[in-house]
Design a protein around this ligand. Structure first.
Ligand code: CUA
Length: 189
């Protein structure tokens, strides 16, 4: 009897093999269940990466459409919410500073004219890659007035470390009285 001759404290080979086989089957079962969940929810629930892919031509982005220079910066929509359009290019965000109101829905729409850049407002939900050829849209609402430094957080070349801008969140009432230039460039009259 092989089992009876095993020294004390050593698990017999047959027992080890049986346990390993059971675990293997349990693992295969789990994998099958997980794969089934992915396939079923993917098909039934139409779960897939965001489908609102917006394409823009990075070569003509300066010249026509939504991201021409006169359209960049902060725009107030009819419902009072705010849309901010920013163009990222090596090595700057245009405009360099934008003002937005506190306590209102703010929608950032960004695209890149060249390399992949990153757009991040620390301690908020705003954090996205800005990829040439696509429009990145992020919605947020700032609870209180604040100043945000806005660093590019995707390495985009030699000037990457110097590529950053500002978002200035001001009280709603103050924002309402600002001129377009002030909202879009933070320049004061
Ligand atoms: Cu732009 Cu890093």
């Amino acid at each position: 009897m092989a089992e009876s001759s095993t020294p004390e404290g050593i698990v017999p080979r047959q027992v080890v093999a049986r346990t390993e086989k059971r675990w293997l089957m349990a693992m295969a079962g789990m994998l099958l269940v997980m794969m089934a969940v992915i396939v079923v929810t993917g098909i039934a629930g139409a779960l897939h990466p965001a489908s609102n892919v917006e394409i823009v031509d990075p070569q003509t982005v300066h010249l026509q459409g939504e991201f021409v220079e006169s359209n960049l910066g902060t725009a107030v929509e009819p419902d009072g919410s705010v849309t901010v359009r920013v163009l990222a290019e090596t090595y700057a965000f245009v405009p360099h500073c934008v003002m937005v109101p506190a306590g209102m829905p703010v929608k950032f729409r960004l695209t890149s004219a060249d390399a992949i850049h990153g757009f991040l407002l620390p301690h908020t939900n705003v954090n996205t890659m800005v990829v040439p050829g696509f429009v990145a849209e992020v919605r947020t609402r700032f609870a209180a007035p604040a100043e945000y430094a806005m660093p590019c957080h995707e390495f985009c070349g030699f000037g990457h470390h110097a590529m950053w801008a500002h978002v200035s969140v001001v009280p709603k009432e103050r924002f309402a009285n600002m001129s377009l230039t002030e909202r879009t460039s933070c320049a004061r009259h």
